[in-house]
Design a protein around this ligand. Structure first.
Ligand code: M6R
Length: 612
């Protein structure tokens, strides 16, 4: 997964490419590169490392009014200058940047490019050479692109420069995102509206198998039959308002501070739940079973959702997306498949949606990105309104996803009750009662969240965590899921090995690792289960391990075997999963920073994982 950007206009493309690539760096930051025309001369400049590393004194001196750029997360081929984009064809007729993966690359190379000596290990260089192959034959740019498109299998968003044309940037796309930014005497092409939103909020979404070109004043877009099409110009001013770090040192900290708003805004949207298009009463009437599918943090939110659905009597199961594809599925008409994805772009999750569609299954997605691919391929979309999440480690989206699942579960419970009473839903029923009360309660909780209070509590633990080789997280039921998410958060940005266990499972093997160098965090948010987790704490302490408890129950502080107590505000049981993760999101952040890491861009990771 990578970010691509292109600019053509009256001003210096280098500045726009710099801005765009910085904004797209969340998509990958192993290496970066640009290609630009200067007095009809095409130059490619690329380097390993982050975007700022590329824009050195030499590049910043360049003046050009057309260019393309790329920021890479290595998939095909190691991190190296040769594998960085842009890539050029053998005789440099074609220069292009690519986001995606070409699945039939070897086959195409063997068929069309025999004897061509490739410079890199990438599929993208094959694409550049294929396009050159067709262009040198028919001398028609759009026709060549169309032929290329008919041959490529896989995902791609491509921005292309032809060396005999310094007035147009060409493009084509399938499965990877691509938008055109419509400026004043300039146009942009980008993986995301973030790449140009400072300069224009007007944009056009390119759909699969569309291709065309942009120039300073115009653009032409064609469908796969080469029919010229006119597309709606949309406005991103609203959903891309808050995209700078403001006073915060990192996006991650800013996004943690945005958790109360993320919860509140998501709930506000649900106040009029029925007005969200997804809510199709007929759909929910027929549902007997729910499967939740997601990856990473979104998977953990799904596990919470599974518990919420079970509480109201639904048969609910969660599967990790990359496993769902290979587990034998029993397709049943009355199962609803719910996909959770912050970005709406995660390849593993998208492949599962596609599999479900093949089996005519009913699909619903919960996503933070309303323009994302998942919303295009699922039957229904339930948005969360957390605002753009830039830091690679997901924080506020998790809180929003959990809220969304809680409200959805209550809505299903409501429909179920109505069904049992054989009543017909009417407007009064749906807009009143329990759901709106629930929403008001969550909004009230969101207003009471004080991030600074949490910071004061957890920051003193930074040194202790930083010095640990292994950190364990334990909990039961909902608390076990919080333990899972905490372990993921800590390991992905601190690189400290951290593992979660259900409290009761530790004694079945892992306790052998406990000694006086081990640190364990225990969640206790369910009173009825506290004695069970306290037993486990005793077992850890008697083997010399240190224990931190995260709980709303202040009386536990007196328990002698607890080394440190993090106090959660007291709320109704259902709401703990929404807020209890916050201390560990914060602590992971501070541990990462104190280890000298960049929590926004942890090593080896990228925000959206668009490869399986
Ligand atoms: O965009 P998605 O929610 O589909 O992303 C899923 C995971 O890749 C993501 O949650 C990942 O685990 C994060 N880095 C976790 O902080």
């Amino acid at each position: 997964m990578c970010g691509i950007i292109g600019y053509i206009g009256e001003n210096n493309a280098i500045d726009f490419l710099h801005y765009g690539l910085k904004k797209l760096e969340y998509r990958g930051y192993d290496s970066a590169g640009v290609a630009y025309f200067n007095k009809n001369q095409l130059t490619v400049y690329k380097k390993v490392g982050q975007v700022d590393n590329l824009f050195d004194e030499k590049l910043l001196k360049v003046n050009s009014n057309i260019g393309i750029g790329h920021t890479r997360w290595a998939t095909n081929g190691k991190i190296s200058t040769e594998n960085s984009h842009p890539h050029q064809s053998f005789s440099k007729t074609i220069t292009l940047v690519h986001n995606g993966i070409i699945e039939n690359c070897t086959e195409l190379k063997n068929k069309y490019l025999k004897g061509i000596n490739l410079q890199s290990e990438t599929d993208t260089e094959v694409v550049a050479n294929l396009l050159e192959f067709f262009y040198l034959k028919n001398h028609h740019k759009l026709d060549s692109i169309k032929i290329l498109m008919s041959l490529l299998k896989g995902s791609y968003a491509l921005a292309i420069l032809f060396n005999d044309d310094c007035e147009n940037i060409y493009f084509l796309k399938n499965r990877s995102p691509l938008v055109i930014g419509c400026g004043n005497n300039c146009n942009f092409i980008s993986s995301d509206t973030l790449g140009f939103e400072k300069y224009t909020s007007k944009y056009i979404e390119i759909d699969d198998f569309e291709f065309g070109y942009i120039n300073k004043k115009n653009m032409e877009i064609f469908d796969k039959n080469s029919k010229k099409i006119t597309k709606n110009v949309k406005d991103c001013a609203n959903f891309q308002k808050i995209n700078n770090k403001m006073q915060f040192e990192h996006y991650m900290l800013k996004e943690i501070f945005e958790i109360p708003d993320a919860i509140k805004n998501t709930c506000e949207l649900y106040k009029n739940f029925e007005s969200i298009k997804i809510i199709n009463k007929n759909l929910f009437n027929k549902i007997k079973r729910i499967k939740l599918i997601a990856c990473g943090t979104s998977y953990h939110a799904s596990l919470i959702g599974e518990k919420y659905f079970r509480e109201i009597g639904f048969d609910a199961y969660t599967e990790i997306a990359s496993e769902f594809l290979y587990n034998k599925q029993i397709w049943q008409k009355d199962t609803l498949y719910i996909f959770i994805s912050q970005s709406g772009e995660t390849a593993d999750t998208l492949s599962c949606v596609e599999l479900c569609k093949k089996h005519n299954a009913k699909t619903l997605c919960i996503t933070n990105v309303p323009t994302s691919r998942i919303t295009k391929i699922c039957d229904y979309t339930l948005p969360i309104c957390c605002g753009p999440e830039i830091a690679v480690a997901s924080t506020k989206a998790f809180n929003g996803q959990v809220c969304s699942l809680l409200v959805l579960s209550k809505y299903l419970q409501f429909i179920k009750k109505i069904n049992i009473k054989k009543k017909k839903l009417n407007k009064k029923d749906t807009h009143s009662t329990s759901i709106n009360k629930l929403i008001s309660k969550i909004i009230k909780i969101s207003k009471s969240i004080n991030i600074n209070t949490f910071i004061r509590q957890v920051k003193p633990l930074t040194q202790m965590v930083k010095e640990s080789k292994n950190v364990f997280f334990v909990g039961k039921d909902y608390d076990y899921v919080l333990a899972l998410e905490s372990a993921l958060k800590l390991k992905e940005i601190s690189y400290i090995n951290s593992v979660a266990y259900p409290s009761g499972e530790l004694k079945h093997g892992t306790i052998s690792l406990v000694d006086n160098n081990t640190l364990t965090f225990a969640y206790i948010t369910e009173k009825k289960l506290s004695s069970k987790t306290l037993n486990v704490i005793n077992q850890i302490k008697s083997r010399g391990g240190k224990v931190v408890v995260i709980s709303p129950f202040i009386e536990l502080q007196k328990f002698e075997n607890i080394d440190y107590f993090i106090k959660l505000p007291e709320v109704n049981n259902y709401f703990y999963p929404i807020i209890s993760i916050i201390p560990m999101q914060i602590l992971s952040y501070y541990v990462s920073v104190s280890l000298g890491n960049n929590p926004d861009k942890p090593r080896n990771l990228a925000k959206s994982v668009t490869v399986e």
